[in-house]
Design a protein around this ligand. Structure first.
Ligand SMILES: *[C@@H]1O[C@H](CO)[C@@H](O)[C@H](O)[C@H]1NC(C)=O
Ligand SMILES: *[C@@H]1O[C@H](CO)[C@@H](O)[C@H](O)[C@H]1NC(C)=O
Ligand SMILES: *[C@@H]1O[C@H](CO)[C@@H](O)[C@H](O)[C@H]1NC(C)=O
Ligand SMILES: *[C@@H]1O[C@H](CO)[C@@H](O)[C@H](O)[C@H]1NC(C)=O
Ligand SMILES: *[C@@H]1O[C@H](CO)[C@@H](O)[C@H](O)[C@H]1NC(C)=O
Ligand SMILES: *[C@@H]1O[C@H](CO)[C@@H](O)[C@H](O)[C@H]1NC(C)=O
Length: 422
């Protein structure tokens, strides 16, 4: 440190003499590092005399200049306290390579660094660079304002307490993906419509691609009383559709249990009440209905995997307290969803041809209510726990593929949820 008094005067001189010229070679004059990591500040020069007689000084030009490290008269000199034990020369000195490293970089290390070489009898050499220590953002804390109701406006504001540069959070809008469910009574052939209202069903789906890569399940779910159900001919059931079914099932895991979503509360979509809760299924003849109107490839494929006799949870969605209400049974395996061909249907799909139908449905029958309603929130808590404890609900599709209206469950998942009843 005795060096620094003498040196500072010299340094100033050098500064005046050298101006901005870079006699010390600095390959990278804008250096970035993430806080906590080690950074190497590279510098070297081409000596013309015995380098062991030269003095090397690295200074941090903060509000006042601080010595980072020095080499003089064959000795290393420690710098000011904040760099002591963190900074060192990369090469053993003396060396024409003046590079230094700084361990465990701090945000306050950001700034300008000067490297000086003082050579007896000749003007010194100088180089400088700028270090920018970036700080990863801390996890954001988000708050929501506004009223989270259908069509309501909400504002989500997120802020990280630290981070450099200051983190910006940006929200992007994705395509609409509301799930809309229609009650069976609304989907009967007009002359069988018992409620007497003529309704136009609006499909909220946008264009889907046959490759099925979309995971959003924007679907219109309609169910229909068994009595009003169109008879499906055997040729429609077999043939092309079943062969493509075999192809698909060959590549996917087989599931034995399911979860199917529907809305139990009245909600008007273009003047149509989309309500169809478990009580509505219970109220149908023989407590059986068909699950038509699904217009999402993934959900459809799961329905095509369903086997007669398998059980599915009836899940109440888009309501005050979403969750699992009861159990139903698959009583008829997938067959052609007739609503795709019916121009009067909102689910009408002009691109679907009768000889190669795109959409399928199954028949379900009410089996029983759960002994108690199991709310989504409860399942979510368990899911989060299970993710750390490797429990049975760790991968539950309800959370990993939340948007799907028809979801597979493993036996373990199904049985675990049943165990929550008591
Ligand atoms: C430099 O001075 C300013 C104002 O006095 C202060 O806020 C800042 O923390 C100082 N910077 C360093 C690196 O000491
Ligand atoms: C900096 O870190 C390196 C690698 O961890 C270590 O070898 C070196 O001794 C450290 N330097 C100082 C001055 O603590
Ligand atoms: C100087 O040393 C640094 C750190 O070891 C290295 O990255 C750089 O390539 C060296 N430069 C020369 C010219 O050898
Ligand atoms: C929500 O915001 C949009 C655009 O600013 C506005 O048109 C709409 O009326 C708002 N809706 C409500 C419920 O305030
Ligand atoms: C599948 O669909 C997505 C989204 O529409 C599209 O980006 C992608 O290119 C498609 N892939 C193939 C193989 O068609
Ligand atoms: C009602 O459902 C049961 C059990 O699935 C079935 O055996 C029976 O044939 C059905 N009855 C009618 C009238 O469809």
């Amino acid at each position: 440190m005795e060096v620094s008094g003498r040196v500072r005067a010299l340094l100033l001189l050098c500064w005046i003499f050298q101006g901005e010229s870079q006699d010390v070679e600095i390959p990278n004059r804008e250096v970035e590092v993430v806080k906590g990591q080690t950074v190497v500040l590279q510098a070297w020069y081409s000596p013309t005399s015995d380098i062991s007689r030269n003095t090397v000084l690295w200074n941090f030009m903060a509000n006042e200049s601080k010595l980072v490290i020095s080499y003089s008269n064959g000795e290393l000199g420690a710098g000011s306290p904040e760099f002591r034990k963190r900074a060192g020369f990369s090469r053993s000195m003396p060396s024409a390579n003046l590079s230094i490293y700084i361990n465990n970089t701090q945000e306050s290390d950001s700034g300008r660094y000067l490297c000086n070489v003082l050579i007896p009898g000749v003007p010194g050499l100088l180089g400088d660079l700028r270090l920018n220590v970036k700080v990863p953002p801390s996890p954001p804390v988000c708050t929501m304002t506004g009223s989270p109701v259908l069509n309501g406006n909400v504002t989500l504001s997120c802020k990280s307490s630290s981070g450099k540069p200051v983190p910006q959070y940006k929200w992007t809008k994705t395509a609409p993906m509301s799930e809309v469910f229609f009650s069976p009574m609304q989907n009967m052939a007009p002359k069988k419509r018992t409620r007497g209202t003529t309704r136009t069903l609006q499909n909220c789906n946008d264009e889907e691609t046959e490759n099925g890569s979309r995971i959003e399940d924007s679907l219109v779910k309609t169910a229909q009383a068994v009595k009003g159900k169109r008879k499906v001919s055997a040729s429609e059931k077999t043939g092309k559709q079943s062969s493509s079914k075999e192809e698909e099932t060959a590549e996917r895991p087989q599931y034995s249990h399911w979860l199917m979503k529907s809305e139990p509360e009245s909600r008007y979509e273009n003047g149509i009440d989309v309500k169809f809760g478990i009580e509505d299924l219970k109220g149908l003849p023989n407590q059986t209905g068909c699950w038509d109107g699904v217009r999402n490839y993934q959900a459809r494929n799961f329905m095509r995997d369903m086997k007669e006799g398998q059980q599915a949870f009836f899940y109440h969605s888009n309501c005050k307290v979403p969750g699992i209400a009861g159990i139903m049974k698959i009583v008829k395996e997938s067959y052609v969803d007739h609503t795709q061909f019916d121009k009067k249907e909102v689910n009408y799909d002009a691109s679907s041809k009768a000889d190669k139908p795109k959409w399928s449905m199954v028949d379900v029958q009410f089996e029983r209510m759960l002994k108690r309603f199991i709310p989504l929130l409860e399942l979510k808590k368990i899911h989060l726990q299970h993710k750390t404890t490797d429990g049975p609900l760790k991968d539950m599709a309800l959370f990993t593929q939340a948007r799907l209206s028809v979801q597979p469950l493993t036996s373990d998942e199904f049985n675990f949820i049943l165990s929550l009843e008591d």
